[in-house]
Design a protein around this ligand. Structure first.
Ligand code: DX5
Ligand code: ZN
Length: 221
């Protein structure tokens, strides 16, 4: 199934609760929450208390993208705060298999993310163990960047690899996705679409509805 996961990094933090409620009402199935530690990526964004405060606002899937070093330290805390899907970066985990198992043991969904310059092949051994692969289509750290074209080929390669193994694993694409290139990333094989500035830069409800129409059209084709 094709789903939209608006990234709240581009939301108005002074009105975060009402903006999340709005995207939920408009039909977005996921809430993409970018957690940055100022070490793995240059920025510091939001963390546990914000997720805890948002939890009562929406029943949608809280899709927590951890851009932090050594994420094992915080798995329990993010699960308790309300994460439904916890994604760690392959580049940030020395023992990726153990980290993924720890997330799964907590009874939530586990995702693994790769930066643009990390090859899909780096995930070959872990593919059977994850619920989702997040392909970064920009260098992580900031919203509002342009999609790096070669990452589209990576999505194709990954979907091919999953198909050959008979896996229906979700592929999430994150960074620089707009209404102009969303068909391209879905054609390549992505089925969970993150969009930050393209949703929150303007009328949230109508932007979510426009994305959902495109996702539905692809679903039918
Ligand atoms: C980048 C984040 C993205 C970002 C997406 O480090 O992981 O989720 O907020 O924002 P846009 O859609 O504006 O590129
Ligand atoms: Zn993200």
């Amino acid at each position: 199934m094709k789903c939209l996961s608006p990234s709240i990094l581009s939301a108005d933090f002074a009105n975060l609760g009402s903006q999340v409620a709005l995207m939920d009402e408009a039909g977005a199935q996921y809430v993409h929450i970018d957690v940055m530690d100022g070490v793995f990526v240059p920025s510091i964004s939001i963390g546990l208390p914000v997720i805890r405060s948002l939890r009562p606002v929406s029943d949608r899937i809280f899709d927590v993208h951890l851009m932090i070093t050594d994420p094992d330290r915080y798995i329990d805390a993010f699960v308790e705060a309300g994460a439904d899907l916890l994604t760690v970066h392959a580049e940030a985990c020395v023992h990726l298999d153990r980290t993924i198992q720890r997330i799964r043991e907590k009874g939530i969904l586990a995702g693994v993310a790769i930066n643009p310059a990390t090859p899909v092949g780096a995930l070959e051994c872990i593919l059977d163990e994850v619920d989702m692969v997040l392909v970064m289509s920009v260098n992580p750290g900031f919203g509002g960047q342009k999609l790096i074209p070669y990452t589209i080929d990576k999505i194709c390669t990954l979907r091919g690899l999953l198909d050959r193994r008979g896996l229906k694993t979700d592929i999430e694409v994150d960074g620089g996705v707009t209404l102009d290139n969303v068909d391209l990333v879905m054609d390549a094989g992505a089925n969970i679409i993150v969009a930050g500035s393209a949703v929150f830069g303007g009328d949230i409800r109508s932007n979510v509805e426009s994305f959902l129409r495109r996702l539905a059209a692809q679903e039918e084709s």
